[in-house]
Design a protein around this ligand. Structure first.
Ligand code: HEM
Length: 157
């Protein structure tokens, strides 16, 4: 079972790395960008910093997915996806899928162009919308972390 212990350790590390970064972007970076007097400069600062964090988020997402999938395969957890008490297993895959689509597909294909054009015309509204989206992602992630950590330690409803 040392392999499972290692997978859990890597899984937790990846979640701390990734969701901690999402919390920082949502509660520190975006408010700081929105508080800047020149909204164009605020958006430019956000984009510079977020572009660097995106690589961290991509690496952490891959590590979380690989370690999670390994545990599911070795522990044969597939049937639990249909058990209501294990809703957090489904929530983990949902959150992971949303971020994976955002980071690997939407961002390079559409979001960069959208930020370029919409951001140029209405930088303050663009930052406000980005903050709303980040809050939704962060709240879903926090609910999932709480559910998974409590659920793996025996919490039942
Ligand atoms: C494809 C994506 C993912 C898969 C396949 C996956 C799978 C798993 C599995 C199999 C476990 C161990 C369950 C058990 O011991 O019974 C686990 C634990 C956990 N996962 Fe995930 N997970 C994924 C993504 C996520 C995400 C996105 C989050 C957070 C937002 C997350 C947070 C956690 C936490 C907090 C634990 C509990 C660790 C512990 O206390 O032992 N996982 N995950």
């Amino acid at each position: 079972m040392n392999d499972i212990a290692a997978a859990v350790a890597l899984h937790i590390l990846s979640i701390v790395w990734w969701i901690g970064g999402v919390a920082m972007v949502t509660t520190v970076l975006l408010p700081a960008a929105r508080a800047m007097e020149d909204a164009h400069e605020g958006l430019a600062m956000f984009r510079r910093i977020e572009a660097r964090f995106a690589w961290h988020a991509r690496a952490a997402t891959l590590l979380a997915g690989a370690s999670g999938l390994y545990m599911i395969l070795v522990l044969r957890l597939w049937p639990f996806f249909f058990v209501p008490n294990y809703w957090w297993l489904d929530a983990m895959v949902l959150v992971w899928s949303l971020f994976t689509i955002a980071l690997f597909i939407a961002e390079p294909l559409f979001v960069d162009d959208w930020l370029e054009h919409h951001g140029e015309k209405a930088p303050a509204a663009t930052l406000a919308r980005l903050q709303r989206l980040h809050w939704i992602a962060l709240i879903l992630s926090v609910i999932t972390v709480l559910g998974a950590a409590a659920g793996t330690n025996g919490w039942t409803f």
